[in-house]
Design a protein around this ligand. Structure first.
Ligand SMILES: [Cu+2]
Length: 360
């Protein structure tokens, strides 16, 4: 008994949100620091925040693809109800199916059942109906109450099948992004663009980081949902996500895109989106994946295709069909940020879930 009590106390100490959020020692990342040193103007490069010398300063000044300010769409609203505004064709179809058909059916059926209950309470109460009917069979009624639910189910099944068919019959993809879940962060790689990979960690609040470390600002996104590196995809293009996991089961979901899919270790699942509206869209892991499950958000920035190409170039990738750019010559220290990046090649990274995982 004593042993069980100790086990429970230990588990509780390890799983509290406070423990999950406690600042972890920073992990220097030589590879990304080298990339930062190679970039002449880190702060002004499109999406250029790979490994800044002073992440906080860059977060405040960075512009371009990967750093757009969030809009009203793609984020949860305070006191909001209903489904988040959809930005994909599948999302529009599904939201319409839910709001204008399923919900309508639910209301009509509920009101009908409520009406029957009230009728029975009033008309067949003992005072009004002292001698109850002893009827036990009514063929017409039995056929009706079997047939009507079957018809209702068919009326739900047809649009459901259409929705599933849309989700699982993707058009030819213009771009593929490999999405990998990790305890507790996401990595996104771009096999069509040279295979570069970005690591996306949740941004913590200012009070939760050490002085000098990067923290969340409103430009990054709402609390709990903002990340240091967003996935960037082009608007108006069919994007295929190949989703898998490095450890346990996670789930990839951006509510405004509608579709959601599990990230299973040892298995590749597929999902696709086509978003016409540029913007920043936030989501969260939706499979209970461990102590920091609540701290691995997803942020996807949709940008016009030409900005996407600039972002890919800023990450060292290439566009399909384009010749790989020549490696930049040793650039002069054009900005104080770049100069300090060169002077301190192993600038400490902010404490992140990734750093914490590496330590564990
Ligand atoms: Cu997860």
């Amino acid at each position: 008994m004593k042993l069980i009590a100790w086990a429970i106390a230990l588990a509780a100490a390890g799983l509290t949100p406070a423990a999950a959020q406690s600042p972890q020692a920073a992990q220097p990342q030589a590879a990304t620091a080298a990339e930062a040193a190679a970039q002449p103007t880190v702060a002004n490069a499109p999406g250029g925040s790979t490994a800044p010398a002073n992440p906080e300063a860059v977060a405040m000044t960075a512009t371009g693809p990967g750093h757009a300010a969030p809009t009203e769409v793609g984020v949860p609203r305070k006191s909001g109800i209903g489904i988040q505004e959809q930005v994909t064709d599948i999302g529009h179809y599904a939201a319409n199916f839910h709001n204008n058909w399923l919900l309508l059916l639910c209301v009509v059926i509920s009101l009908f059942v409520l009406g029957l209950l009230c009728l029975a309470l009033v008309k067949f109460r003992r005072g009004a109906n002292p001698t109850p009917s002893r009827t036990s069979h009514n063929t017409v009624l039995e056929v009706v109450w079997t047939l009507v639910p079957v018809l209702i189910l068919v009326a739900i099944a047809i649009p459901s099948m259409r929705l599933l068919s849309k989700q699982y019959n993707p058009p030819p993809a213009d771009l593929t992004v490999k999405v990998v879940g990790n305890q507790w962060f996401w990595t996104y790689s771009y096999p069509d663009n040279g295979g570069f990979e970005i690591v996306s960690n949740q941004l913590k609040e200012q009070k939760d980081v050490k002085p000098g470390d990067r923290y969340r600002t409103d430009k990054d996104g709402p609390p709990m949902l903002a990340v240091d590196e967003r996935m960037v995809i082009p608007a108006g293009k069919v994007v295929k996500f190949l989703v898998t996991s490095n450890d346990v089961i996670h789930a990839f979901w951006v509510p405004a895109f509608w579709s959601k899919i599990d990230a299973n270790p040892g298995q590749v699942n597929q999902m696709w989106v086509k978003v016409d509206r540029p913007g920043v869209y936030f989501g969260q892991c939706t499979e209970l994946c461990g102590a920091r499950h609540g701290y691995m958000p997803t942020a996807v920035e949709v940008v016009p295709p030409e900005q996407f190409a600039a972002w890919v170039a800023s990450k060292g990738g290439t566009m399909p069909g384009a010749k790989p750019a020549a490696a930049p010559a040793a650039a002069p220290a054009a900005t104080p940020a770049a100069a300090s990046a060169e002077a301190q090649p192993a600038a400490p990274q902010p404490a992140t879930n990734q750093a914490a995982t590496a330590q564990n």
